[in-house]
Design a protein around this ligand. Structure first.
Ligand SMILES: *[C@@H]1O[C@H](CO)[C@@H](O)[C@H](O)[C@H]1NC(C)=O
Length: 266
């Protein structure tokens, strides 16, 4: 059984190739690179699997094996002797033909949980670009980040209508198995317009929507609200404090000046 991504057969074969280069060429170049790549194509889970192995010399592919044909094929003259040799070795052929099971399906079983079942919800932020030029159209930005898997759909709605005037960045892979994408809406913004960024993703039970208000952004709105509450509370405390101080000042002498003392009846 092979380790994930490492084929012992391919590695051994690579060493034979290097040996062949030395004997065949009188002038061996100082720098060269040989590459070997195995691909597993899962066309319907593990139901239908195609295995393709490719060998390259200085980035030019000269040989490949495809499980659909089951034999090695040369891609250029350099590959001809290798293909003939490998196809005549029953053991090598059998091993390569078994790779759909021993390599592809085997690794699928190991990695399936992480790659197929992993779901991470996107975070969505909506903002306006700082472009102040009045002659240019306005730009609203919907920043969708931190999601997995990478398939995602993002729409912009203006006043309830899907707006086709969108530009989208390439999907960026963050390197931690999450992705991000920016979808920009070029538009004109008039007072009262509503804008909604809608995100559809397999991790979400229902589409995620974020509003952008043409009057004021959400954060400005909440700041304003906080300011108003603060003002009201401040005013209240000031009034109560003032009243108490005034009452206290007026009442204090009455408590101190009781020349007759306390009279008891009886
Ligand atoms: C995919 O495989 C499943 C069985 O795992 C099968 O029922 C289904 O028909 C296949 N779909 C296609 C498109 O071949």
């Amino acid at each position: 059984m092979r380790d994930p991504w490492v084929s012992v057969g391919g590695f051994v074969w690579m060493l034979t190739l290097l040996g062949a280069r030395v004997t065949l060429c009188r002038e061996t170049p100082d720098d060269f690179v040989t590459q070997w790549k195995s691909e597993c194509h899962f066309l319907n889970g593990t139901e239908r699997v195609r295995y393709v192995a490719r060998w390259s010399y200085n980035q030019q592919q000269f040989l490949h094996f495809d499980s659909d044909t089951g034999v090695f094929k040369a891609d250029d003259l350099l590959g001809v002797p290798s293909a003939e040799s490998l196809n005549s070795q029953k053991e090598v052929l059998e091993q390569e033909r078994a790779a759909v099971d021993t390599f592809c399906r085997h690794n699928y079983g190991i990695l399936e949980d992480f790659m197929q079942r992993r779901r991470v919800k996107p975070k969505v932020k909506v903002s306006r670009s700082n472009n102040e030029d009045p002659n240019k159209p306005h730009m609203l930005i919907c920043n969708v980040n931190g999601f997995y898997p990478y398939a995602i759909t993002v729409h912009w709605y203006k006043n309830g209508q899907k707006d086709p005037g969108v530009l989208s960045s390439e999907l960026l892979q963050n390197g931690d198995w999450t992705g991000q994408v920016m979808v920009m809406l070029e538009t004109s913004i008039n007072p009262g317009d509503t804008f909604v960024c809608e995100v559809l993703h397999v991790s979400l039970d229902e589409p995620l929507r974020r509003n952008w208000d043409s009057e004021e952004s959400e954060s400005a709105k909440s700041k304003k609200l906080t300011g108003i509450i603060g003002l009201v509370l401040g005013g209240l405390f000031f009034t109560v404090g003032g009243v108490m101080y005034w009452k206290n000042k007026k009442g204090r002498p009455q408590f101190h000046l009781q020349p007759e003392g306390v009279n008891f009846m009886g």
